[in-house]
Design a protein around this ligand. Structure first.
Ligand code: FMN
Length: 186
């Protein structure tokens, strides 16, 4: 029996002009493409450009462009990878703004976090702030995480890892995410 592939959504949580976190999202997409039994989709918050949240999906009429599609993508996903930079010892407002449009869509959804910084500590403070938000929203936050330091030196513009250790780290995290998504799907 051939089972339906697990579908994984990768969300890029940086909308900055000249951003570098999109390199990491590209890398995650490339590693997902190597996995059998997995399909992947990228949601780029820069491209969706949601306005400041006035009400959640389902309560805002008409919904802003892209909101329904993003909500459907989240609901459809068996698991989600959020790639987030660290801004001012937190995660970006554009990501919080997007998350706040949703609540039930994240319930019982496995979520892996990849944090990104230009400095040496890999955005771990952004990670520490994202975890309680996602737990509140009912997501199953994966304990395994990847913290990308010095992103400008670690990844090429096309998403190639210049620091090979990230292949093992991301592959390990994705393996755990796929396992959890399979268990949750049952
Ligand atoms: C507004 C702003 C605040 C930032 N604050 C931090 C920070 O607190 N800690 C950190 O390690 N890097 C910080 N950075 C650097 C980012 O981590 C760096 O830009 C990195 O490339 C990831 O973000 P990006 O996707 O916007 O490029 C900040 C960058 C911006 C634009």
């Amino acid at each position: 029996m051939v089972s339906t592939p697990l579908h994984i959504l990768v969300i890029t949580g940086s909308a900055r002009r000249g951003r570098l976190s999109d390199r990491v999202s590209s890398f995650v997409m490339q590693r997902l493409a190597r996995l059998e039994g997995v399909t992947a989709q990228l949601a780029d918050l820069a491209a969706i450009a949601l306005p400041v949240m006035e009400e959640r999906l389902g309560r805002v009429d008409p919904p802003p462009p892209g909101l329904v599609e993003l909500g459907t993508a989240i609901e459809r996903a068996d698991a989600i990878v959020i790639v987030s930079p660290e801004y001012n010892h937190g995660y970006p407002g554009v990501l919080k703004n997007a998350l706040d449009y949703f609540l039930p869509q994240f319930k019982r959804t496995p979520v892996a976090l990849v944090t990104v910084s230009g400095g040496g500590h890999g955005g771990v403070i952004a990670w520490s702030q994202l975890v309680p938000v996602l737990v509140y929203m009912g997501a199953f936050v994966l304990p395994q995480t990847v913290a990308v330091s010095k992103v400008q030196d670690s990844f090429a513009p096309d998403g190639t890892a210049l620091e090979p250790a990230y292949e093992k780290r991301v592959d390990g995290m994705l393996a755990e995410l796929v396992w959890l998504a399979g268990r949750v799907r049952g």
